[in-house]
Design a protein. Sequence first.
Length: 242
Amino acid sequence: MARGKYVKAPPAPSPRSLYEYGGQQSVEKTNLPQKKVSQFYTIILNYYVLNIKKIIMKKLSLLALILIITCTVSMAQPRAIGGRLSWGIGPSYQHQIGEKNMIQVDVDFIAYGLWGVQTTATYNWIIPLKSWDVANWNLYAGVGIGGGYEWWGKTGMYFTSTYPHYVSGGCGFVGVAGMVGMEWNFKFPLQLFIEYRPLIGPRIYKSYYSNLTIEGVKANFYYDGLWATAFAVGVRYKFGGK
């Protein structure tokens, strides 16, 4: 029998190398579907992000257009700004809506021994006095809301039939505002006015017993609203519109 050439057999793989090789293949096989799922979700997310951006841009563009139109129409309406004098003083602003309506906003700083601030907004109807010889006179009337705070100074005291009470140094108030007024418009952009604008509603304050323990929150009618800032005269400068 002829002797063949001796060939050295390759070394047998170790258990560790077999484990690493099999583990690497299993990891690659396991990661393959995860990568595909991740790519799928990334595509979907990018799609929705792009569409959301487009929707937001469209909404913002529409909102900007509405604001521009509103501001343009608003600036085209006649307006007037000035001051009113009553038991105090404060700014007054009118914004006309069409030919027969206007919104008026007033801020009154109360000063008649007591101190306070009141803000009022009313929606008014304009009534031109065409029957008068002077055509620049207008009446206006309306309704709105108002509120504010009034400082009474130091803590006051009042008596009942049984024991004295103490009240806090001020009160808050809120109510429904009425408006009746008359204005005279000059040929130049200026108007004089006189008006009565009562505020009907409650005032709210804290009350204490004689030992200064709090009795509770009290409420009664705000009488000052019928006269304190209700009667007023003033002047306004007109601008805008035709």
